[in-house]
Design a protein. Structure first.
Ligand code: F6P
Length: 321
């Protein structure tokens, strides 16, 4: 194989730039020509594909986001646009494509594996950490650290003013970010879609704690529940404490890439390029129990991720006896 390309698709995550750098440098080491596809599957359709070299990735390892852009492509759902995308890769003699992205991107990649003879390898990259078959997705550690800093800062004002803060974290349908942030941020409340919650149990505990002198509360609520405002109102009406909502939003997607994500980017990409060189045509690099494995795309795309039971069991202590 002489030419390999890489594309970032869907919501960006910190670590994508570190992955691009490793991709270019490892390809050159393996005597493969590295190529960039700009702006996700949109750029693949519109032929925004260019050759990359050392200069293309100089100085980007520290930066969040992705130098080559990303997009959510509606057009890619249509077969004739995917045909165009495949034709563009063929026209340049590119034999393999590495896809950095989340579940939507892998569903698109799954189609490409069925509709072309080219080779594809996915790298899970989304702050939501919601890809089936892997316990870690690139960017999650950086996002968790951004959230940690925000929660620590909010605690300063919450404790000074004696207020309840409802902090909403991202995770379209998955409570992973909220769960880990609640456990590591010392929150009093954690609401995620994976665990049924009992506001009466919370109320009983919070009223008791208030009577014992607690001045403030930190509640971490996953955006997947769409309940942040409601919970803030509940604090005022049921617990009798002034409340505020902070929606952390897209700051969770940015930020200087953590050491963990830089190293994971390096390792994910190395395994992806190796898998393609070994002739694997339809795989996703998954990380579990400290090791990497190229799983077939059928075992990843369109399957449901579940938060590990052991982590969930820790969060079940919230709002219960
Ligand atoms: O990339 C994942 C994610 O950040 C989700 O957590 C969030 O629900 C969504 O993307 C936001 O999408 P957009 O950037 O299109 O607003």
């Amino acid at each position: 194989m002489k030419k390999m390309a890489i594309v970032c698709s869907g919501g960006d995550s910190s670590g994508m730039n570190a992955a691009l750098k490793r991709f270019v440098e490892y390809c050159i080491r393996k005597e493969i020509e590295p190529w960039f596809v700009h702006d996700g599957y949109e750029g693949l359709i519109d032929d925004r594909i260019e050759k990359a070299d050392y200069a293309s990735v100089a100085g980007i390892i520290t930066r969040g986001g992705t130098k080559i852009g990303s997009a959510r492509s509606k057009r890619f759902m249509e077969a004739h646009y995917r045909k165009q995308a495949i034709a563009n890769l063929h026209a340049r003699g590119i034999g393999a494509l590495v896809v950095l992205g989340g579940d939507g991107s892998f569903r698109g990649m799954h189609k490409l594996t069925q509709e072309s003879d080219l080779a594809f390898c996915g790298i899970p990259a989304t702050i939501d950490n919601d890809i089936a078959g892997t316990e870690y997705c690139l960017g999650v550690d950086t996002a968790l650290n951004v959230i940690k800093d925000a929660v620590d800062a909010i605690r300063d004002t919450a404790s000074s003013f004696g207020r309840a803060f409802v902090i909403e974290t991202m995770g379209r349908e998955c409570g992973y970010l909220a769960l880990v942030s609640a456990l590591t941020g010392g929150a009093e409340m954690c609401l995620i879609p994976e665990i049924p919650y009992d506001l009466n149990a919370y109320k009983r505990d919070f009223l008791r704690e208030k009577a014992q002198g607690r001045r403030y509360f930190i509640a971490i609520v996953s955006e997947a529940l769409k309940k942040s405002e409601e919970v803030a109102k509940w604090f005022e009406e049921e617990v009798g404490i002034e409340s505020r909502v902070t929606v952390l939003g897209h700051i969770q997607r940015g930020g200087v890439t953590s050491v963990h994500d830089r190293l994971m980017a390096y390792r994910f990409v190395t395994h992806a390029v190796d898998a393609l060189l070994e002739g694997k045509k339809s795989s996703v690099i998954c990380y579990n129990d400290g090791g990497f494995e190229a799983k077939h795309i059928d075992d990843v795309a369109s399957k449901q991720y579940s938060i590990p039971e052991e982590l969930l069991s820790l969060a079940k202590e919230y709002g219960s006896e």
